[in-house]
Design a protein around this ligand. Structure first.
Ligand code: ADP
Ligand code: MG
Ligand code: ZN
Length: 477
């Protein structure tokens, strides 16, 4: 009998704010250790936290984007534990009543199957500081710049049934968050990190005991960690053992997970209501105003690209990966409105590939949407062949010239003039009387030979469509 995998994900996402959750300290990344601290985020006694309402508004916006319920009154609690990077001895978090409940993320699998994955809740909390051990001999240093930075914890239902589904959920959530602008979600900076809860069961049976892989910040590692853990649990059970509920750490060097702490050793956080913060109350009008300011979301954008521009689902997906990509595409279409599909092909297949090779992105692209549109205009009016256009784009990547001046300078203008093409065809026919006779005698395959000869005689500049059309005409005799 086969096994079924069950996965639930907790994502910690740094909310994009200028100042911390409960004090006025800057959240700027990469500053001198401890330079962005004050008595509140250093955990000095007797200091009063004041909620940064920007963090609340961005949590609400995220909730609305995933169709969740917004609690007009939510609460803050204290989660008590000792850790060197947590000077207060507790973390302020929303335990009993989070700001957002419910909602869902829709994913599409590689074979096009859609699935709706439930979100349990989004609550606000503050980040802890950072312990630093690297390069230090027998001591640790603590940087509290991160202490008090606002986070959203997005907790999913145990709805995923494979590592691929888990990754699809995370990528979709990551994309939505980036589109909303509520977080930089830069995984390398730890702004989007994931705990993966994994269990296995026989299909139809109740959920098995879960383990939790903590704090991963790469899609690749998360996938590897889940797959490793699923195999470990199955082998364990099949060998007559039992899964123990525990937290585990993924070691991306050894490609294995190892236990961190088990349920028995788990913290008793002794949650209680945060006495220094009143409940967070927002009005329905305020929530509605936030909803009114909601930007277009990736799913809506993909749909619009398919219907308005006739793009394939694949191209629509590629061109809506980030807001920047979609905006670039739409300015290309605005500059070359004649053919949105041509715009999509050239941007997705030609430009993005060249940028990647050059180690650049759209923001640093040497070719602007305007200049690419200029090139596509010349493809559209048959001045140049597609093949020449690719060479011209190569040239545009390293020069500031526009398509027209490169065409002019290199003499790449395609011959689309019937008279000129007919003249070349006549020459080719005269030089190859046997093939003409053969074609006329029924050897249709010789058409390819003639097209090749004419293209060669024109040094590649004849418009291929026209060559085919005129050859068919003139070879008839
Ligand atoms: P904790 O604080 O113990 O991590 P949470 O309620 O915050 O508990 O998170 C539990 C996470 O584990 C949720 O994402 C939930 O979907 C997931 N989960 C719960 N039970 C299982 C299970 N049997 N298998 C896999 N995931 C589970
Ligand atoms: Mg957890
Ligand atoms: Zn501070």
């Amino acid at each position: 009998m086969s096994w079924e995998t069950v996965i639930g994900l907790e994502v910690h996402c740094q909310i994009n704010t200028d100042t911390k959750a409960f004090c006025g300290c800057s959240t700027e990344f990469g500053a001198e250790p401890n330079s962005q601290t004050c008595p509140v985020c250093l955990g000095m006694p007797g200091q009063l936290p004041v909620l940064n309402t920007v963090a609340a508004d961005k949590s609400i916006l995220t909730g609305l984007a995933i169709d969740a319920h917004i609690n007009l009154e939510s609460k803050f609690d204290r989660k008590n534990y000792f850790y060197p990077d947590l000077p207060k001895g507790y973390q302020i978090t929303q335990f009993t009543v989070p700001i957002v409940e419910g909602g869902h993320i829709d994913i599409t699998s590689k074979d096009g199957v859609k699935k709706r994955l439930g979100v349990t809740r989004i609550h606000m909390e503050e980040d802890a500081g950072k312990s630093m051990h690297e390069g230090l001999d027998a001591v640790s240093h603590i940087d509290l710049n991160r202490s008090g930075i606002p986070l959203m914890e997005i907790v999913s239902e145990p709805d995923m049934r494979s590592a691929d589904e888990a990754i699809a959920y995370l990528k979709q959530l990551h994309q939505v968050i980036r589109f909303l602008g509520v977080s930089g979600a830069d995984m390398e900076k730890g702004q989007f990190r994931c705990d993966a809860n994994v269990s296995v069961r026989r299909p139809g049976e109740p959920f098995g005991t879960r383990t939790e892989m903590k704090n991963m910040n790469s899609f690749r590692f998360i996938k590897q960690a889940i797959e490793f853990e699923v195999n470990r649990q199955i082998e364990l059970i099949e060998d007559g053992g039992e899964v123990v509920q525990q937290s585990r750490l993924w070691d991306s060097v050894k490609n294995e997970s190892r236990p961190m702490r088990s349920k028995e050793e788990a913290h008793d956080y002794r949650y209680f209501p945060e006495p220094d913060l009143p409940p967070l109350r927002v009005t329905q009008e305020h929530v509605d105003a936030i909803r009114a300011g909601m930007p277009e979301l990736p799913g809506q954008l993909r749909q619009r690209f398919e219907t308005d521009y006739g793009l394939s689902p694949y191209d629509a997906d590629v061109l809506s990966q980030t807001r920047e990509t979609s905006e670039w595409y739409e300015s290309l279409v605005a500059a070359h409105p004649a053919d949105p599909k041509r715009c999509a092909n050239w941007m997705a297949n030609e430009l993005l590939g060249r940028l990647k090779e050059a180690g650049k992105d759209l923001a640093s692209s040497p070719v602007s949407a305007q200049r690419l549109a200029g090139l596509l205009d010349r493809v559209g009016d048959n001045t140049i062949s597609g093949k020449s256009a690719k060479d011209i784009l190569d040239e545009m990547m390293v020069s500031n010239d526009d398509a027209d001046s490169i065409i002019e300078a290199k003499g790449l203008k395609q011959v689309s003039d019937t008279g000129a093409i007919d003249a070349i065809i006549h020459e080719v026919m005269q030089a190859n009387p046997n093939q003409v006779a053969g074609y006329r005698g029924g050897k249709d395959k010789l058409m390819g030979f003639f097209v090749g000869q004419v293209m060669k005689a024109s040094r590649g500049k004849a418009n291929p469509g026209m060559v085919n059309q005129r050859l068919a005409e003139l070879l008839k005799g």
